[in-house]
Design a protein around this ligand. Structure first.
Ligand code: WTA
Length: 661
């Protein structure tokens, strides 16, 4: 990270100084209402996490809570357990087999209530399918599925036999799947014939065909039939290669019913999940069994103050992101909660879809992203006002900074001024929520994630690593926690370099800027590295640049995140084309399609600015700060260190004149 990008992109207006205390009513009903929890955890963090680990079912106890050889952590050393047994079998054994794990709502309006018993049965059979196809403990299994109950079942089936899942978000392209399968040496992929997009099937399996031929390590593909039975939907082509591809339903029919969960070492890898970093190559964040499950179940229980017999929890994220992993699947199931799982978009077939679902299932806790809230604001309050949202008792936010205006709207319009809001800050790397209010304890300020979760140590530091008591700087985490990433798959050096070097090998460098206020409250301001956050989706500027320059007519490209009222940040690309291309609208469309093919539609630039040259330092580094200033029409800062100071003036003039083409 250079000093040049030390300033965050996202400006959060502090706005209101209003403070909201939890209501007496909420506090009285809350399981966690005693602020002493913070002191107890702080006095003995290891003992604190150990008390949470004891809520899990272990087949062998641990001999040591934490072995910390910075930056390498081992939690619950020597302990053995199985994640799927903790998420399923023990609830069924306790007599809760008929309890609903997921109220599933399909995009097409289909619904399915999946009980814990049913989810266990599917998981066991699917684990046998994987075993029959030769998958063994430690093997990597890719999962590229829509939001259907088979997705959590596939994750749990892997966990049952010790295979390591690698879920790829359904919005990523075939090329992104190929890259993630290749770099993780995946042996098998679970996918679907198609996903649904506004009522129409979008082929998944067929789109993967080319990619699959380039994956010699990948022996089998299991294909879920999502769409063939849908009335009125067009048929999709599903090429099946004999010996490699099998239909999910056929393989399931042939598989045995029972599959013993394997007792796995606490540090056995549970999954890898690729996320974007400062380079073009995504990072395979690796999480483990015992610590991760402890971290996500503890935070799910406390941050949402969940009462599993009363609550209906809806985490409206996608399973392809860490939020889905931790709070749709592992945290929620481990706690025996009932969740809603929704396959589609918030505006299909109409803009009241979320509120209709909340009304129907009497959802008590909604956990969603600020970008969704801002979209609802734009659509107008008449839409949610038309539904009965009185079942809601708690609201959550995740994925990006929430601006105070959106926070206040969420509280008033959705929460009826009765529901506390938990703004939860965390990352793929942290595995679990790290900074968040506890709703029965913490007074909230709109836009602040408030305080570190009990047992977590966070601080804002200067670029030299000195702790800032009050003011802005770099966010750091200063003590290991059970859900922390253990390494980057296949690249431990990059793990150390990226996270555990800048401020010392025992201080985790988050990559976010933050401000700490006079009450010790944290205000997350945004990324300080070359990562941008579009609608809560984390993307790397370098990855998009490398996709752009892989187009034969692109000579050079620089990508920045530009503030956007709707999506938080939007992608702006400065592109230099070679002499054979016409920099016109047709070329813009072509480049957007090219990026969609390389990464996914979510990475398409919203704005392309043609430029003959890019502002660079004398050493050849692109000055992104200047590009951001140009894109947002700000006064340009110091340009004297540029190799060719005239360049910025030329681009800025062009942008100002609206002559981007
Ligand atoms: C941002 C998502 C402000 C932050 C769970 C972080 C947030 C990145 C918040 C991680 C929040 C996440 N307030 N910013 N409540 N939650 N972020 O890995 O920049 O997809 O570093 O994990 O999202 O994104 P990731």
């Amino acid at each position: 990270m250079s000093d040049e990008v030390a300033q965050p992109d996202v400006a959060v207006t502090m706005g209101t100084e209003e403070v909201f205390e939890p209501s007496e009513e909420f506090r009285a009903a809350a399981s966690f209402a005693d602020p002493a929890i913070y002191e107890i955890a702080e006095a003995d963090p290891e003992g604190w996490w150990e008390s949470w680990a004891k809520h899990l079912e272990w087949s062998e106890p641990w001999s040591e809570v934490l072995r910390w050889d910075a930056p390498w952590a081992k939690w619950f050393v020597g302990g053995k357990l199985n994640v799927s047994a903790n998420c399923l079998d023990r609830h069924v054994a306790a007599g809760n087999g008929e309890k609903v794990a997921y109220h599933w709502v399909g995009e097409d309006g289909a619904t399915r209530d999946v009980t814990y018993r049913e989810l266990l049965a599917t998981t066991e059979k699917l684990a046998n399918v994987l075993k029959d196809l030769g998958v063994e403990a430690g093997d990597v299994v890719g999962i590229y599925l829509p939001m259907i109950p088979e997705a959590p079942a596939a994750m749990l089936a892997c966990a049952r036999i010790g295979a390591v899942h690698n879920v790829v978000f359904g919005g990523f392209s075939a090329e992104a799947v190929r890259e993630r399968m290749a770099t993780s040496n995946a042996k098998l992929l679970v996918t679907a014939d198609a996903s649904l997009r506004r009522g129409e099937p979008m082929p998944m399996k067929a789109a993967l065909e080319d990619a699959l031929t380039q994956l010699p390590e990948l022996k089998n593909v299991v294909v879920v039939d999502r769409t063939s039975a849908l009335e009125g939907a067009s048929d999709v082509d599903v090429p099946m290669t004999e010996g490699r591809d099998v239909w999910f339903h056929e393989a399931m029919e042939a598989a045995h019913d029972f599959c013993e969960p394997v007792a796995l070492d606490s540090e056995h890898p549970l999954f890898i999940l690729y996320t974007s970093g400062s380079t073009a190559k995504p990072k395979g964040i690796q999480h483990t069994t015992g610590g991760y499950l402890t971290g996500v179940s503890a935070t799910h229980r406390m941050v949402f103050d969940i009462e599993t017999d009363l609550d209906v929890f809806w985490c409206a994220a996608d399973i392809g992101w860490v939020t889905g992993h931790s709070y749709i699947v592992y945290g929620a199931l481990c706690n025996g909660a009932t969740s809603v799982m929704y396959e589609g978009a918030p505006d299909y077939p109409h803009k009241g879809r979320f509120w209709e679902i909340i009304q129907k299932y009497k959802v008590t806790i909604l956990y969603t992203a600020p970008t969704a809230i801002r979209t609802f604001i734009k659509w107008g309050r008449e839409i949610p006002d038309g539904y009965d949202l009185s079942s809601l008792r708690l609201l959550g936010s995740v994925g990006e900074p929430i601006n105070p205006r959106a926070w206040l709207w969420y509280r008033e319009v959705i929460g009826g001024e009765r529901c506390p809001i938990v703004d939860t800050w965390w990352q793929t790397e942290t595995g679990q929520i790290m900074i968040s209010p506890l709703p029965g304890i913490t007074a909230t300020k709109p836009g602040s994630a408030t305080r570190p979760f009990p047992g977590i140590s966070a601080a804002v530091v200067t670029s030299k690593g000195e702790i800032v008591e009050e003011g802005g700087g770099f966010l750091t985490l200063r003590r290991p926690w059970p859900g922390m990433a253990r390494t980057l798959y296949g690249d431990p050096d990059r793990f150390v370099k990226t996270y555990w070097s800048r401020f010392g090998k025992d201080v985790y460098d988050v990559g976010d800027a933050a401000r700490i206020d006079e009450d010790g409250y944290f205000w997350i301001l945004g990324r300080t590295d070359d990562v941008i956050n579009v609608s809560g989706h984390r993307l790397s500027t370098m990855e998009i640049e490398s996709a752009l320059v892989s187009h034969p007519q692109v000579a050079e490209a620089a990508v920045i995140g530009q503030s956007d009222e709707q999506t938080g940040q939007a992608i702006t690309a400065f592109v230099t084309v070679d002499g054979s291309a016409d920099p016109d609208d047709a070329m813009k469309t072509e480049l957007a399609a090219h990026v969609a093919e390389k990464i996914g539609k979510l990475a398409r630039p919203q704005r392309i600015i043609w430029s003959d040259d890019l502002p660079k330092t004398r050493s050849g580094k692109i000055m992104r700060r200047l590009l951001r200033d140009i894109a947002e029409g700000r006064e340009l800062g110091d340009v004297t260190t540029l190799r060719d100071p005239a360049v910025v003036g030329l681009i800025a003039d062009r942008v100002a004149a609206g002559e981007e083409d």
